[in-house]
Design a protein around this ligand. Structure first.
Ligand SMILES: *Cc1c(COP(=O)(O)O)cnc(C)c1O
Length: 401
């Protein structure tokens, strides 16, 4: 989106503000479906946790996307957004049998990631088909904080335990209708990903009536110049071919699934914040903004890089700044960034603010969560109001003591 339009939006809706450009979301969605056009049955399930505003979910529903959910609340949001139950998949980790049963009752495809619950569920509901989440123990590389494929990861059922899964299936009479993996967050090396896929194909062959294979996510998008991103075309070409071969061998046209979050929404999002104060210390020039880790925690939590641009002074001389928040913690968004000269009240724009930004926001320091605006067909829509003092107090119970 262009700088001027973003600046106008902060005039209209104030700051801090999240803005989402649906055109970008749609083009990313089409990039994936295009890359896998040779696969007969393809289903992309948008990972709702990346950005869960109901209007964004509705955009995905209108694209005929499915929805990947990790909690019963996300399932309910998806249903409210208009997804039909058969277009929702539920991939939780560490939740109770009760929650899984409640979701299954809604007609949602469930994906179980541990043997204990698989056995209990199979005994109680042998007629409900279940997908299993496998851990192939292949590291997809990238940031170790977001890698979930290692041997002692809490995610998935180890590939070495497939014989145990088969025993549970035989003993309970349940049906496994899908196999799933989600190895980590970054597919940088297509061949590593294909190796993990091979393991998933072999797992699928262990079960005689599979409807789908879900390859999870891990599509990487660039956050800064020089970042490697997943080569979707290459992945599409290579994996489609292997997948089609698998279907032939298996004797059935099963569905190929993916569940990307970041790839679909990251680049569509902009976070806009106003500079409250410029402060020079003996070594650094800080620009303190009207936000903090309460609104955008990725830089502090994952050490993620978000490009920061001064949209109020695009032609200003470039200088070095550390951009920090107003929270009473060290909440540095970026150190020693070269940015066009910043003055107090300038608006800074954070790029790649679509995925895991608003959805991870909190009220820490009793601050309000920001407003969200969606750009759809050239028009801006307020899709979430900025919070107010009532929101801070809403569930607090004042007692007389
Ligand atoms: C978070 C999550 C995703 C989405 O991951 P991205 O890196 O945002 O694409 C997909 N599948 C599962 C099971 C997840 O937990």
């Amino acid at each position: 989106m262009d700088r001027k339009a973003l600046l106008e939006l902060t005039g209209k809706y104030q700051s801090p503000l999240y803005v989402y450009d649906t055109e970008k979301i749609i083009s990313q969605y089409k990039k994936i479906t295009g890359a896998f056009s040779k696969v007969k049955n393809l289903k992309i399930n948008y990972a709702a946790k990346a950005l869960s505003n109901i209007n964004i979910l509705k955009v995905f529903n209108s694209l005929k996307s499915g929805l990947d959910t990790v909690s019963i609340q996300e399932v309910k949001l998806g249903l409210k957004a208009g997804f039909s139950p058969e277009n929702i998949i539920y991939t939780p980790n560490g939740v109770s049998l009760q929650e899984i049963e409640d979701v299954a009752k809604l007609g949602i495809q469930i994906n179980i990631d541990n043997l204990s619950i698989l056995e209990l569920f199979g005994q109680k509901h042998p007629k409900i088909p279940v997908c299993i989440r496998i851990n192939p123990h292949i590291m997809a590389g990238g940031n170790s904080k977001i890698s979930v494929g290692h041997i002692d990861s809490k995610f998935g059922i180890s590939i070495h335990q497939v014989p145990h899964i088969k025993r549970v299936v035989e003993n309970t009479g349940m049906r496994i209708n899908g196999v799933h993996m989600h190895t980590g967050s970054d597919i940088l090396d297509i061949d590593t990903f294909l190796r993990a896929s091979e393991i998933l194909f072999n797992t699928a062959k262990e079960f005689d009536n599979i409807d789908f294979i879900d390859f999870g996510s891990g599509f990487k998008v660039p956050y800064k110049e020089g970042d490697i991103s997943t080569n979707i075309e290459e992945l599409g070409k290579k994996l489609s071919q292997r997948f089609n071969n698998f279907c032939k061998e298996y004797g059935k046209d099963v569905t190929l699934m993916f569940e990307p979050g970041k790839f679909l929404v990251s680049e569509a999002g902009y976070f806009l914040a106003k500079v409250n104060v410029i402060k020079q210390t003996t070594s650094t020039v800080f620009a303190g903004i009207d936000s903090g880790l309460n609104h955008l925690i990725r830089p502090m939590f994952y050490n993620s890089y978000h490009r920061i641009e001064n949209i109020s002074n695009p032609k200003g001389r470039e200088r070095f700044y550390s951009i920090v928040g107003y929270i009473c913690e060290s909440d540095t968004f970026g150190s020693n960034r070269r940015i066009n000269e910043i003055s107090e009240e300038d608006i800074l724009c954070f790029h790649n603010a679509g995925a895991y930004c608003y959805s991870m926001a909190s009220n820490y320091n009793s601050r309000y969560r920001p407003a969200e605006v969606m750009i759809y067909k050239g028009k801006d829509y307020l899709i979430r109001k900025r919070e107010t003092f009532e929101d801070i107090l809403k569930n607090q119970v004042e007692v007389s003591i």
